[in-house]
Design a protein around this ligand. Structure first.
Ligand code: CA
Length: 268
């Protein structure tokens, strides 16, 4: 999370668990021949993953699929990942964050192994955004330029920082966010799974409040649909499944140049 954006990361008194309704949808878009995005939704275990693969031929597809499946498998079988938050919160949170990092590192190793075993997969990589829901908290691990947002009341806020060249240029004041959207390097990411042996994952958590709506998505959505339009669509639609559909339709109406993925968590 960026330093100037801290909705509710402070340690808090034990709050009642917040139930979540979740739905995820991915779409090939209007231009691409294959969908290199991939996602997983495990409502029962509170595990959610979105990945956006890159690489020629079937490689990007292979990278995102491998990442999502590895992360889900490693989290499901991680005996250190507890079904509920332990207290105190900071210690309970650390255990879950550690499990998320381990799963993402494991996925990175699997992608690199596949790439070294098969010349067709050389150079493949993928973004990944992982979310774990436990009681009244949502934990995140993130690498690349797929994003998490939260809609709380009327405030729509990006929770993740893009690991991309244009995000660095915006942060340095060299270009504006509007210029970033059409910049020739807009698709160049600085971190992903499958690039190096050692990965640097951003992690954070938020405490949920009833009514919160959290979006995980790929740049096929955020690259063409302005944040305010995304926020309005989520605000207006009471069903996460229909809201996912609406977001994908909005991206396709704007050309659908890339694959599009939207995963929504609605807090009761
Ligand atoms: Ca993409």
């Amino acid at each position: 999370m960026r330093e100037n954006q801290e909705p509710t990361t402070q340690a808090s008194q034990a709050l009642a668990p917040v139930a979540v309704r979740a739905h995820g949808l991915t779409d090939i878009g209007m231009v691409r021949k294959i969908n290199q995005d991939y996602l997983a939704v495990d409502r029962e275990r509170g595990l959610f993953v979105v990945a956006d693969g890159m690489g020629g031929h079937a490689a990007g597809d292979e990278a995102s699929t491998t990442a999502v499946e590895a992360i889900m498998r490693l989290l499901v079988h991680d005996e250190h990942l507890p079904p509920h938050l332990a207290s105190p919160l900071e210690e309970g949170a650390q255990v879950i964050i550690e499990a998320v990092i381990q799963a993402m590192e494991g996925a990175n190793r699997e992608i690199m192994q596949k790439a070294s075993d098969n010349p067709d997969f050389e150079g493949m990589g993928t973004t990944a955004i992982v979310s774990v829901h436990r009681d009244n908290a949502l934990f995140f691990g993130h690498i690349g330029d797929s994003r998490a947002y939260i809609l709380r009341g009327h405030t729509f806020q990006q929770l993740t920082e893009d690991h991309s060249v244009v995000a660095q240029l915006v942060a340095a004041g060299a270009i504006t966010p509007a210029e970033a959207r059409i910049h020739p390097y807009r698709n160049v990411i600085t971190r992903c799974l499958g690039m190096y042996q050692d990965i640097q994952v951003d992690t954070f958590y938020i405490l949920l409040e009833p009514g919160d709506r959290v979006l995980l998505c790929t740049d096929g959505l955020t690259g063409v649909v302005p944040d305010q339009d995304i926020a309005q669509a989520i605000f207006q639609e009471p069903e996460p499944e229909k809201a996912c559909r609406t977001l994908i339709d909005m991206a396709n109406e704007r050309g659908g140049a890339d694959n599009i993925t939207a995963l929504l968590l609605y807090c009761e």
